[in-house]
Design a protein around this ligand. Structure first.
Ligand code: BGC
Ligand code: BGC
Length: 786
């Protein structure tokens, strides 16, 4: 350190993302670290080959060690979200997400999962994972509930240090932080699971005692186990963003908890601190953060930080403390003596990705994570000699089974071929039933060719990550999900039904629980779907192969408004309490449950169809080109086949918080609702359809309109060209169109299957972040009403 220049010191403290930083940049800027965010991949290929990752790791390392133009050789470290296995890499073993691991209550298993994750991560060159998440989620509407082990701090405190030990090795042992292990990140400090209404990146308004006893439960034992980094959280504590919270980062974490590693920031999290921007934030350093995560803002942040150190705004002692902490972990990992990533012990040993022994552990984890909630008449375990139907859209669906943080950030847009080392739930049944001489059939829609003796219906949530998974209540898909209907149809045919529910949280399931004979909560099991058949099927000898083992780590709601009904709370009134889980010897009968969700079905509807750049649950985004061809959107970028309309994800105050639409011909952006919405009351009550837009280009004579659709020949449209021309370019405005205008223009607002569409002509460039029915807006579009 004594030999380092101020420039080198500042560089050590900044982390850039591989989507914007190149190895050559690293030679000039000498940054201490790089990351690959959930949506960042070598060459922008989400399913890039393992070799491409390793080559990139080598390239960055080489530059960090190159002293030919001056500067000191300090090995760069690469952090990645290996959060359920090395989950960004094709072929890796994918373990159940933490909610499932919480149900196992098995620290030895979790430690082994950590060890394997470290091994697989090292094959592709990274030495650092952003895991484990030790959030203690209190409101299951939060889109990150599945990343936490439990609503109960005791479970988190039991499992988190085991994961840390598995990933890093045992502190004090010879293999601690060696080439077979990776550095951990305990995240997100502090109170991420305690935000009001379960809002992602929200405000945690609890007492200090709750902060200490509930939300901090995972940190103390993880630090004792030797955790080398902690990630600051996006949330605020009573209005103050954690990235700028000196009392908690320095006073509590570094001083009271005696944390000797370094504090890394979250993705541009520093930019949310009052008075900061993504490229300028002395406050975060002063508060005690050691390495801001500046994915695309690293260059600007480097320059402003350098200036702040030179001016004394950031004390030299504070910078030195940050650099010392970062370098210390690099020394502890022995990185100064190591060759480039591909030449280390496991570099390039890609045969370890999804190795049979690793998959066997993941499969065990699946078996132990399953929670049996109902087993009427002892329907389970099933005989493998029977005729078994596998139905539901989750039966043979790796995308659904693996959830968010899998190859892509949201876990969406993947295909079967992206999972070479994996079994779907159906694969497991097919293999075991055929080995036992039974007959199995897969029919997603339940339309079997041979009438089965029993049906297993696998259904659940589609993948999501972070705020994109936030919900207004615990309803599973507002309106008709199709799944309940499928269960009922099979039952009507006289077929006993086992429901297997894939989800990132407990949801209101009373109707499905009533309809099915047996019900299994399977969470997000990962690559080893075959673990489900291990438990649900008897062996060839007719005996149970594996009993149920899983116990709820989150309380199961009785009503859809029990968002935050947690163990130990006053008025605790769950359907199935924390710790519940039947075994085969238990009586599995369940009396008929009330099918009243406890919320006004209208209140359940939020009238929010598009938010933060994505269609909300229950809605779909669709692009229609000038040639009339439509495409449903799953990726953050898309272009219609005729090239007339292109969409890209852009940033607002949050990453990818909006979409920009570039029209090269007449095109339409449609937000469709899976079930028609009735806005009759809102229309009478002078409510507006409000779109948050930004005009980026509007050539003279260009046309634009907002409309709503209501079935085949029914729609209403209002021109907005004049309004857009008056808006300031490049600024966000909430544009309001009175619903009455749309009714006058021909829409039946009582049955909108397309609550919103945006029509544009050649040259129009418009960004959209939100569409909602509301009375709150900035600019009113003039239009005729009656
Ligand atoms: C990144 C994620 C990150 C998110 C933050 C995405 O573009 O890929 O890793 O968590 O932005 O909002
Ligand atoms: C998430 C973190 C993650 C980081 C890097 C953030 O948006 O909150 O959990 O580690 O992105 O992908």
């Amino acid at each position: 350190m004594a030999k380092m220049t101020i420039e080198e010191k500042v560089g050590q403290t900044i982390q850039g993302d591989i989507s914007t930083i190149t190895p050559a940049d690293l030679r000039n800027y000498r940054l201490g670290s790089i990351l690959a965010g959930g949506g960042s991949d070598p060459g922008n290929v989400y399913n890039a080959a393992p070799k491409a990752w390793l080559d990139l790791a080598d390239a960055f390392w080489e530059e960090s060690m190159d002293t030919s133009r001056g500067g000191k050789a300090i090995p760069v470290i690469w952090g990645i979200d290996a959060v359920h296995g090395q989950s960004n890499i094709v072929g890796a073993t994918l373990f159940p997400h933490n909610i499932g691991l919480g149900a196992t209550r098995n620290p030895d298993l979790i430690r082994e999962i950590g060890r394997i994750t470290a091994v697989e991560t090292r094959t592709t060159g990274m030495e650092w994972t952003f895991a484990p998440t030790v959030a203690v989620p209190q409101d299951d509407r939060w889109g990150r509930t599945y990343e936490g082990y439990s609503e109960n701090p005791g479970v988190v405190a039991m499992l988190a240090p085991a994961m840390v030990e598995g990933l890093q090795g045992k502190a004090g042992a010879k293999d601690f932080l060696d080439d077979h292990h990776v550095m951990t990140t305990v995240k997100h400090f502090l109170g991420d699971g305690g935000t009001t209404n379960g809002k992602d990146q929200g405000n945690t308004e609890v007492s200090e005692a709750v902060m200490r006893d509930v939300h901090a439960a995972g940190y103390v034992p993880s630090i004792a186990a030797g955790a080398q980094s902690v990630m600051a959280s996006y949330n605020s504590f009573h209005g103050e963003k954690m990235h700028g919270h000196q009392g908690l980062l320095t006073g509590v974490l570094k001083e009271r908890m005696n944390f000797g590693g370094f504090i890394v920031g979250d993705w541009n999290g520093h930019g949310q601190v009052k008075g900061c921007t993504n490229t300028d934030c002395a406050q975060t350093y002063i508060a005690g953060l050691d390495m801001p995560m500046a994915p695309d803002s690293w260059k600007g942040l480097y320059e402003s930080t350098l200036a702040h150190v030179k001016s004394g705004a950031i004390p030299m002692a504070r910078l030195d403390d940050a650099v010392r902490r970062i370098l210390r972990t690099k020394f502890r990992m022995g990185l100064f003596e190591k060759p480039k990533p591909s030449q280390r012990a496991l570099g390039g040993k890609f045969e370890l990705l999804g190795a049979p022994a690793h998959r066997a552990v993941a499969r065990q984890a699946v078996r132990e994570s399953l929670v049996l909630l109902k087993n009427q008449g002892g329907l389970l375990p099933l005989s493998p000699n029977a005729k078994i139907l596998l139905a539901g859209d989750g039966a043979d669906n790796l995308t659904k089974q693996t959830g968010g943080w899998t190859l892509t950030w949201q876990g969406d847009g993947t295909k079967r071929a992206d999972f070479p080392n994996a079994d779907s739930i159906w694969d497991g049944f097919r293999q075991q039933v055929s080995a036992a001489g039974g007959k199995s059939e897969l029919a997603k829609d339940g339309k079997y060719t041979t009438k089965p003796d029993v049906a297993v219906v696998v259904f659940g949530e589609d993948p999501y990550a972070e705020f994109q998974g936030d919900l207004p209540n615990l309803m599973f898909k507002a309106g008709k999900s199709g799944d309940l209907e499928l269960i009922k149809k099979l039952k009507a045919d006289g077929i006993p039904v086992v429901a297997v529910f894939l989800s990132g949280r407990p949801l209101w399931m009373n109707r499905e629980l009533n309809a099915a004979d047996a019900f299994v909560a399977a969470w997000l099991p990962g690559s080893e779907g075959a673990g489900v058949a291990d438990v649900l099927l008897r062996g060839k000898d007719g005996k149970t192969q594996h009993d149920f083992h899983g116990k709820l780590s989150y309380s199961w709601p009785k009503r859809a408004d029990q968002n935050d009904n947690n163990f130990g709370q006053r008025n605790y009134d769950p359907l199935f309490p924390f710790g519940f889980g039947l075994r085969y010897a238990d009586k599995g009968e369940l009396a008929a449950l009330s099918e009243d969700p406890g919320i006004d079905p209208d209140a359940a509807r939020t009238n929010l169809w598009f938010d933060n750049g994505v269609a909300t649950t229950g809605s779909t985004l669709r692009l229609v080109g000038a040639d009339g061809k439509a495409m449903d959107i799953v990726h953050p970028m898309a272009t219609t086949t005729d090239g007339s309309l292109a969409m890209t994800a852009i940033n607002t105050t949050i990453q990818e918080g909006a979409r920009q639409f570039v029209f090269k011909g007449d095109g339409v952006v449609e937000v469709r609702s899976n079930t028609p919405v009735d806005l009759g009351r809102e229309t009478n009550g002078d409510v507006f359809l409000v779109a948050t837009v930004r005009v980026d280009a509007l050539p003279a004579g260009a046309k634009a309109a907002i409309g709503t659709g209501c079935g085949a020949a029914c729609k209403g449209e209002v021109q907005i060209g004049d309004a857009l021309a008056k808006l300031p370019k490049g600024e966000w405005t909430r544009l309001g169109v009175q619903l009455k205008c749309l009714r006058v223009a021909g829409a039946d607002t009582g049955k909108l299957d397309m609550p919103f569409y945006l029509r544009g002509s050649n040259g129009v460039q418009l960004a959209l972040s939100k569409v909602v029915a509301s009375t709150d807006f900035d600019y009113k579009v003039e239009c005729p009403i009656r």
